[in-house]
Design a protein around this ligand. Sequence first.
Ligand SMILES: Cc1cc2nc3c(=O)[nH]c(=O)nc-3n(C[C@H](O)[C@H](O)[C@H](O)COP(=O)(O)OP(=O)(O)OC[C@H]3O[C@@H](n4cnc5c(N)ncnc54)[C@H](O)[C@@H]3O)c2cc1C
Ligand SMILES: Cc1cc2nc3c(=O)[nH]c(=O)nc-3n(C[C@H](O)[C@H](O)[C@H](O)COP(=O)(O)O)c2cc1C
Ligand SMILES: *[C@@H]1O[C@H](CO)[C@@H](O)[C@H](O)[C@H]1NC(C)=O
Ligand SMILES: *[C@@H]1O[C@H](CO)[C@@H](O)[C@H](O)[C@H]1NC(C)=O
Ligand SMILES: *[C@@H]1O[C@H](CO)[C@@H](O)[C@H](O)[C@H]1NC(C)=O
Ligand SMILES: *[C@@H]1O[C@H](CO)[C@@H](O)[C@H](O)[C@H]1NC(C)=O
Ligand SMILES: *[C@@H]1O[C@H](CO)[C@@H](O)[C@H](O)[C@H]1NC(C)=O
Ligand SMILES: *[C@@H]1O[C@H](CO)[C@@H](O)[C@H](O)[C@H]1NC(C)=O
Ligand SMILES: *[C@@H]1O[C@H](CO)[C@@H](O)[C@H](O)[C@H]1NC(C)=O
Length: 680
Amino acid sequence: MANLDPIDAIAYIVLLVVSFIYLIRLTFVSSGKSAYDSLRADQTSTTNDKVHGFAESVRSSGKNFVVVYGSQTGTAEGFANALSKEGSQRFGLKTAVVDLSEVDVSFLRNLPEDIFVIFVMATYGEGEPTDNAIAFHQSVIELAESAFHDKPLQAFRYACFGLGNRAYEQFNATMRGMDKALQNLGAKRVGEAGEGDDGGSIEDDFMTWKESMWTDVSLALSLHETEMVYQPLFIVEELASSNNTSLLVEGKITAQSTNLIPIVESRELFNSRHRSCLHMEFDIDGTGMTYETGDHLAIWPVNSRLESDRFVSVFGLKNKLDICINITAIDPTTSRVPFPCPTTYEALVCSYMEICAPVSRQLILSLAPFAPDDDSRAAAIAVGNSRQAFNTRFTNNYYNIAQALQSLTPLPWDNVPFSLLLESIPKLQPRYYSISSSSLVQPKQLSVTCVVESVITSDGAAVFKGLNTNYLLWLTSKIRPASINGIDLLEYPITKIRNNTDGNGTGPIYVPAYVRHSKFRLPKTTKRPIIMVGPGTGVAPFRAFIQERDAQAKAGLPVGRTILFYGCRTPDEDFLYRHEWMEMTAHLGDNFTLVTAFSREGKEKTYVQHRLLENADIIGDLIVNEKANIYVCGDATHMAREVGSTFAQIIAAKRRVRLEEGKYALKAMKSRGAYQEDIW
Ligand SMILES: Cc1cc2nc3c(=O)[nH]c(=O)nc-3n(C[C@H](O)[C@H](O)[C@H](O)COP(=O)(O)OP(=O)(O)OC[C@H]3O[C@@H](n4cnc5c(N)ncnc54)[C@H](O)[C@@H]3O)c2cc1C
Ligand SMILES: Cc1cc2nc3c(=O)[nH]c(=O)nc-3n(C[C@H](O)[C@H](O)[C@H](O)COP(=O)(O)O)c2cc1C
Ligand SMILES: *[C@@H]1O[C@H](CO)[C@@H](O)[C@H](O)[C@H]1NC(C)=O
Ligand SMILES: *[C@@H]1O[C@H](CO)[C@@H](O)[C@H](O)[C@H]1NC(C)=O
Ligand SMILES: *[C@@H]1O[C@H](CO)[C@@H](O)[C@H](O)[C@H]1NC(C)=O
Ligand SMILES: *[C@@H]1O[C@H](CO)[C@@H](O)[C@H](O)[C@H]1NC(C)=O
Ligand SMILES: *[C@@H]1O[C@H](CO)[C@@H](O)[C@H](O)[C@H]1NC(C)=O
Ligand SMILES: *[C@@H]1O[C@H](CO)[C@@H](O)[C@H](O)[C@H]1NC(C)=O
Ligand SMILES: *[C@@H]1O[C@H](CO)[C@@H](O)[C@H](O)[C@H]1NC(C)=O
């Protein structure tokens, strides 16, 4: 970090902005609501033409098999790409892949009858479609309501796979609703409606469904299976001369949802030698970014030096890193290049490809033909085909693709076409954080509360380190070396993280980020009581809520009861914002109550739901008689469900009705926004 060149620093920053903005433009149509909205806004006048144009181009390019996807973080999109590729390479189908944001139901109505469609759709929130599928989903549901009797899609045949997580109440709701609507419109589903549970089995669910789907679809469409031959989707052209400026010319991109925002402060919140939780403050003044209390900050990570090096050495790219490359999609209806070109191998590996993601069986199997020798090919095929071997050898060790291949053979896999890596390795995704500051109190500066992911594998042999959180920890070490709790740091390839126009290496450190607007909001009237349940980092948005209520009380507004249920291990180790709560008590008096559950303090584990039950009387009274709003934030897998059923129980007891009616009352609260969740 010592000698930083100001020109390079600026060039780097510009390059970073350019690459990220490009990513945003293409992936954010689905991820960032605001970006999505603004992009849609300038498309509305041409939407119809576009949709017809799309159906037309599918028709005129002779496609007969279309895979459409509704995806937020790329899983469904990856499955869609895999289906398209398999359709074309295994069955000789003429496939296309369609992002649902580009079409509406008239797309289906305009398709020729002999075109088969596969839907791959994920579910979010309270059983809602992904951002990129909202319009399509709505248009299908509306048509199903209005044209029920005409059955306008009678000639239409499709297959479908829904992605979800059984931890959510509305498991797989999007695909289920879509499936029903399509059938009501007369469409015929071929094979079973597949469903994948992101709680751990999603890939196996997909692989199992896929095989039976191909059997059913082969029968229905009389397909003939041929030997799979790999055909690249991209042309990767290595350019002779690298002209710096050509890397930067895409700077004219206008969809400015990502900004480089400086870190104003980053400090450790835990008092532990092994675990870390960061409080980070970012300056958004002058960026044009705005936020509201309850929103999320999306941060773009960078791959670590260790993993980037591993990846390039496994794939034999070491000597090619700074070669300038231009990438072109061979068939724009099946694939597109989602980053600015020309670029370099290094830029792609470090900041475009999610190279640390869990390796998938599909990926191992698709790389197997390019193995360096027969033994490693046989080994790859064997592990790829066995769920059990794959889990014990790879998944349980948290292996990414390069680690997995390294464990099969010490030889480099330098025969793998780079196009294949581009096709099968997911795009790097931003990570979301619930903003932990109030926009009323600090509109120009926002904070997040982020726990650093570090998991020891079951055999204790290795430690898995989360991508973005360890990057943030490393950045923190550059700002406040003393604040790092003895946790091993990974190093990152970015040597020029500061805007160092002053030349002495003390400029601010930036991260590329954008605000994603949420629906997680305080009640409109400050008088309404609120009950918040946020153990661990789930407390983040509640720090913001309480900050806001405190400011409102100071401004003389009547602020109703504000109750926070917080849980952590022990009061000394990981009690987040302990001192701030004391201050709030001083300001808000009896209107603020903090109820704590320390899981490792007593003999029995105490969690927030236990504390809720202990306070059932007062909680029940606030909900039933005072119309309190309930907010739950944090872990979706266990906590949110347990807390939800505890509330149902409390309501039922208060009203002296059966539990079923308590559950029903909770559902009603959810649908009118009186019970809100921010869970992950
Ligand atoms: C709406 C929303 C709000 C959120 N708010 C907050 C918040 O306020 N505070 C907060 O701390 N977090 C929050 N999160 C979580 C956060 O977005 C990140 O998921 C978290 O910080 C981990 O990111 P990471 O890049 O460090 O870890 P990743 O590298 O993405 O790893 C995350 C997990 O994925 C799995 N995984 C990744 N790679 C592998 C592999 N190779 N093999 C096996 N398993 C693997 C592991 O289970 C790992 O624990 C929120 C998430 C959402 C969706
Ligand atoms: C914030 C959040 C909310 C979710 N809500 C639901 C839900 O209501 N029902 C469900 O079945 N799955 C839900 N899921 C799980 C996703 O559908 C699942 O992870 C899916 O694999 C994501 O696919 P994608 O990567 O293509 O977006 C949710 C996931 C997240 C992160
Ligand atoms: C998931 O959705 C499919 C339709 O897409 C449906 O057949 C299936 O029953 C659903 N599963 C659950 C658990 O709701
Ligand atoms: C680099 O690109 C710029 C703008 O595209 C051009 O003006 C310049 O001549 C190029 N330089 C070289 C060495 O190719
Ligand atoms: C950009 O140009 C400078 C000077 O011409 C050179 O030192 C540098 O390596 C080039 N960078 C890239 C990425 O081509
Ligand atoms: C990169 O490829 C695109 C699409 O084929 C082409 O238009 C562009 O000129 C190419 N750029 C360079 C520098 O070769
Ligand atoms: C870097 O700092 C200078 C001086 O403060 C400022 O003019 C410039 O806009 C900053 N660059 C970025 C990318 O923020
Ligand atoms: C670095 O430069 C800035 C502005 O020129 C100055 O305020 C600061 O004190 C300098 N820091 C060091 C450590 O020299
Ligand atoms: C507490 O809430 C009550 C009822 O809304 C209100 O009258 C009182 O002023 C509040 N107290 C404080 C300190 O805000």
